[in-house]
Design a protein around this ligand. Structure first.
Ligand code: FAD
Length: 460
């Protein structure tokens, strides 16, 4: 009689693919699940923590403190980090299934949605994804360059990511230099000629997705005035109903800040953060590079809380040198795992990956690859708990893997020449980054190439 999965004699072996918040929350839920478990957490990068390291803005250090919670999870017996291993590249899903009883995908939503308008591929038309990854020192974006030589930048989208992009463009070097922003980005931003940062939402101020604390920050920047046209804050009856609803406290706070911006008559600073509502880009014009954006005015149609933007036909043009779209993220398919191309996620029912509506035994999903790119870091915790509740409920039905042995996986990867960075290796990278940052008065100076990270990790 074989030993039961999850027993002392045969611990449950789980591969978690991705070391962002969702990966750490599923790992913690597995360790707290009342069974003996070993978790190998894979990341394609040598550094863990996903978007906490490569997405959260450098000038928001408090948010990154959540890493302390993840460090406690990483110190648990039975946990291993396998950094610098691309699942679907360095190791296939089929190989994972040979070595693990279950695989939980926590690989996020790493690419961006398109607007689908003409001119989107002109040079100096960028995605928020690449700009954010560049200023945060993501190794795959180190070589990107952004044309900051023109006075006007336009950002499409009014979520928190768009706001982050705007704020980084609005801030002075002094406001950024003591953050963990990548050195190459600080250098380029110091030379920026951008004076007007326009942010454009297709619906109205009540429907904006940014949060009050994010918009509030523009009240008091060192060298940037916030600007909103009072006409953009006029509400139709449905939007007024939405605003008055007891559930709309954040929207009411947003609206108050926007009203305060609109009421300002004194504009003394050299940069302007200009918020537009009820406009959609129709076309990007330019000879090889972005020169002008054609915008169409919208009106809202539909019932309160279900209003959609509809074009009015009224068009205008905005001169612009750098264009950023921030209209949502999408997951990337991994060979061997079903993919919902429409939604950009791994299809699943409450975390059980499905194919044609039926669960695929042994495959699970959590975080942004499970539900799409929504919610804050903390949202991933209950999401992970749901996935692990279902995985543990399936325990008796899981097929035990053929080679439940970490050493066998390490041999497989070594045989392929993959330089695996373990958790101790990451801790050496971390310490070296912190030491590099000290001289500059920064919390850390990130390594921005994989080769530097591997060298700092001491991996042969
Ligand atoms: P991720 O954090 O993206 O982690 C996915 C991990 O999987 C990555 O480490 C990636 O390298 C790895 N991976 C991907 N594919 C593979 C593969 N094939 N093989 C191995 N590894 C792989 N939330 C807040 O609460 N506060 C904020 O201030 C905040 N700021 C944000 C700023 C930006 C720009 C963005 C985009 C999001 C922000 N969020 C913020 C949201 C928060 O970051 C997400 O909720 C959270 O990171 C999603 O977690 P995840 O683990 O699903 O994905």
């Amino acid at each position: 009689m074989p030993d039961k999965l999850g027993s002392d004699a045969r611990p449950l072996r789980v591969a978690v693919v991705g070391s962002g918040p969702a990966g750490f929350y599923v790992t913690e839920a597995l360790f707290g699940g009342g069974v003996q478990v070993q978790v190998d957490m894979y990341d394609r990068l040598p550094a863990p923590f996903g978007l906490v390291r490569y997405g959260v803005a450098p000038d928001h250090p408090k948010i990154k403190k959540v890493i302390k919670v993840y460090e406690r999870t990483a110190s648990r017996d039975g946990f291993a980090f396998l950094g610098n291993v691309m699942v679907g590249g360095d190791i296939t899903v089929e190989e994972l299934r040979l070595h693990y009883d279950a695989v939980v995908f926590a690989c996020g939503a790493e690419t961006d949605r398109r607007l689908g308008i003409a001119g989107e591929d002109l040079s100096s038309s960028y995605t928020a994804t690449e700009f954010v990854a560049w200023y945060n020192g993501h190794p795959e974006y180190r070589e990107r360059s952004f044309d900051l030589s023109h006075e006007v930048a336009v950002i499409i989208g009014v979520g928190n990511v768009a706001i982050d992009v705007a704020r980084i463009l609005c801030k002075t070097t002094d406001e950024l230099k003591h953050t963990d922003i990548a050195a190459h980005a600080l250098l380029a931003l110091a030379d920026s000629k951008i004076k007007q940062i326009h942010i454009i939402g297709r619906r109205g101020p009540v429907q904006a997705a940014f949060t009050p604390s994010e918009i509030k920050e523009f009240s008091d920047l060192a060298d940037c005035d916030p600007v909103v046209e009072p006409a953009d804050l006029v509400l139709n009856a449905e939007s007024q109903t939405e605003l008055d609803d007891p559930r709309s406290a954040p929207a009411r706070k947003n609206y108050q800040f926007l009203q305060e911006f609109a009421a300002r008559s004194q504009r003394t600073k050299s940069r302007r953060f200009i918020v537009h509502f009820l406009e959609s880009p129709q076309e990007i014009l330019g000879d090889g590079k972005v020169e002008r954006i054609v915008l169409e005015k919208n009106r809202l149609a539909g019932d309160a809380f279900a209003q959609k933007a509809a074009g009015t036909g009224e068009r205008s043009e905005l001169r612009c040198g750098a264009f950023f779209r921030s209209v949502g993220y999408r997951g990337i398919a991994i060979p061997g795992v079903p993919f919902d191309d429409g939604r950009g996620i791994f299809p699943n029912t409450e975390g059980r990956v499905t194919e044609d509506g039926k669960p695929v035994p042994g495959l699970y999903a959590t975080g942004w690859i499970k539900r799409g790119p929504s919610g804050v870091i903390g949202t991933n915790k209950p999401d992970a708990a749901e996935t692990i509740k279902n995985l543990l409920a399936d325990l008796g039905a899981l097929t035990p893997c053929a080679q439940p042995d970490r050493a066998a996986v390490m041999n497989l990867l070594a045989g392929k020449g993959v330089k695996v960075v373990g958790y101790p290796g990451w801790q050496r990278i971390d310490a070296a980054e912190v030491a590099r940052g000290e001289a500059e008065g920064k919390p850390r100076e990130k390594f921005v190439t994989v080769a530097e990270m591997i060298a700092a990790a001491g991996v042969e």
